[in-house]
Design a protein around this ligand. Sequence first.
Ligand code: ADP
Length: 312
Amino acid sequence: MDQEHKPERPKLRIAILSRGPRLYSTRRLVEAATERGHTVRVINPLRCYMNIAPNNPEIHVNGKKLEDFDAVIPRIGASVTFYGTAVLRQFEMMGVFPVNESVAISRSRDKLRSLQLLARKGVGLPRTGFAHAPDDVKDMLGMVGGAPLVIKLLEGTQGIGVVLAETPKAAESVIEAFMGLNANILVQEFIKEAGGADIRCLVVGDRVIAAMKRQAGEGEFRSNLHRGGSAELVKLTPEERATAVRAAKVMGLNVAGVDVLRSERGPVVIEVNSSPGLEGIEGATGKDVAGIIMKFIEKNARPHRTRTRGRG
Ligand code: ADP
């Protein structure tokens, strides 16, 4: 009987902020939106320009004012976070529902800040240290438990700038080298028992909707697919599910890729990604992740909200 009272699925106008219309994730989102009867447009955030006027925020592209949208899916690359989140903020000011909010994306792009927020809320993490002055490094290394240690460039992505230092001497010299280049780094307990595997949990709303285990290649501890890792289906424990959902929630992300390591003391989060790639996870799990994201939008976006905004 519920079926009869189900309201018709709303037809939404959806913008995807992406520089790569041909990228797998962007194409899948376009496909899923179109299949479900929505109109969809891929917009390069770097080609948006804006006025910051009171009560009447606008976005222009190619000499024209952008049409109204009900929802915006940000797929903002790490290298364009600053401008991309400013554009997204403009959509938000116009009353468009953002799948992930600009503040949450900015937050997630700062690894150290993310870990501090997660730690404050009691989410399991590897022991992590951070120091500015070379003179403090030795003591800080003691704080995180000493070698072997993982040293990470704060600006790194896709495993680049993530180094395993197996001895105290190696750790000190790697840190010295990074500090000499004025790079910001964090130092982390090496979760050896993870065996070069991590688990990518795709969170949408308050559920893990897909998960895969990524295994590093031979002689490598980093399991990034870009680094030659391979992906397979994995069954999560309830604790792992709860950890991933909580991590996304703490970060304020509706859609997130939460990377978890299986440590002796339970799941520990190493990263929360606000623009998770869909290709690896759809391939490994066979799930229609793009379709699930659309359903989330249908549930949460309020059509035609843009028109009434700015009056009150
Ligand atoms: P990026 O953001 O560049 O992907 P990550 O912090 O996710 O960097 O690290 C890359 C990979 O290195 C992870 O997917 C994981 O396999 C491995 N790794 C990262 N941190 C640790 C750690 N503390 N202990 C063991 N392995 C780790």
